[in-house]
Ligand binder design. Structure first.
Ligand SMILES: NC(=O)c1ccc[n+]([C@@H]2O[C@H](COP(=O)([O-])OP(=O)(O)OC[C@H]3O[C@@H](n4cnc5c(N)ncnc54)[C@H](OP(=O)(O)O)[C@@H]3O)[C@@H](O)[C@H]2O)c1
Length: 260
């Protein structure tokens, strides 16, 4: 008689976090590990992922992954399953923001941001979905942006890519409704990370504002009047993975809000 496979609830969940070498992704990896998950900490730069995995200790593993490498992504479910078992939670966090006025948003910028912020995330979801469906168990959570919900000036390519990610998440959530597989997304406004530090540098260079003034400018843009902390985004991701499983959560410096 063959032994039935272990039920996911009887073992520590396995999570993959993309773009976890710094910023929000690193905070998500920390929070998922603290919540009891085994975590694969991934990004293109292996060094920072290894440092974080070492800091977290047992159950944390580093992986070098460029999410735009479609061949590596297609091979990933089998690779992870062989090393760690089936994946329970996929967190599509890797992303980038580049600003440019409409007239200077060239073809290459649209292609690059659509590829990284949208196609890579939906390819990863597509790669892990068959296994999750077969087990009727899994969560696919995107770290999108408020730029996936509304439009902002000078970031048309970024907004378009994040709107695509939110559109995909909504459709996938509807299609997997009432199954054990859930799709969700977190949409933060400005978050205090290295990505924002680059925007602060940019504003300083363009306007002559001091760094403190530029930082205060971005904090004031958030409806809550302050920058969102990476740990708040991470807590919303953990909540989606562990409990609610579905929904679009907006974080604007005030209390987290379910918008869908
Ligand atoms: N900061 C904000 O204000 C803010 C607001 C709303 C939404 N977000 C979203 O939150 C996510 C994380 O942002 P963040 O602020 O933490 O940014 P960040 O500090 O710039 O970190 C971006 C992460 O993505 C990784 N990455 C970039 N390209 C990659 C690729 N091709 N393959 C794999 N990993 C890649 C980077 O690691 P490597 O360089 O090592 O690959 C890094 O770990 C992004 O999707 C961003 O759009 C940020």
């Amino acid at each position: 008689m063959s032994t039935p496979p272990a039920q996911p609830s009887h073992r520590q969940p396995l999570a993959l976090v993309t773009g976890a070498s710094q910023g929000i992704g690193a905070a998500v990896a920390r929070a998922l590990h603290a919540a009891g998950a085994r975590v694969v900490v991934s990004a293109r730069r292996l060094g920072p992922c290894e440092s974080l995995a070492e800091e977290l200790g047992e159950g944390a593993h580093a992986l070098s992954l460029d999410v735009t490498d479609a061949v590596a992504v297609a091979a990933l479910p089998a690779r992870l399953e062989a090393e760690h078992g089936p994946l329970d939670w996929l967190v599509n966090n890797a992303g980038a923001a580049t600003s440019a006025p409409l007239g200077k948003s060239d073809e290459a910028l649209y292609q690059r941001l659509m590829e990284l912020n949208f196609h890579a995330a939906r390819r990863l979801a597509g790669a892990f979905l068959p296994g999750m469906r077969e087990r009727d168990h899994g969560r696919i959570v995107a770290v999108a942006s408020s730029a996936g919900l509304v439009g902002y000036p000078y970031v048309a390519a970024y907004c378009a890519s994040k709107h695509a990610l939110i559109g995909y998440t909504r459709a996938a959530a509807a299609e997997t409704d009432k199954t054990g597989v859930g799709f969700g997304a977190v949409c933060p406004h400005y978050v205090d990370t290295p990505l924002l530090a680059a925007s602060i540098d940019n504003l300083v260079a363009k306007t002559g504002k001091t760094r403190d003034e530029a930082r205060a400018f971005f904090a004031d843009q958030n409806p809550g009047g302050r920058l969102v902390a990476p740990a708040e985004v991470a807590a919303a991701v953990v909540e989606l993975c562990q409990a609610t499983g579905r929904g679009i959560v907006e974080l604007d410096g005030g209390p987290a809000r379910l918008v869908d």
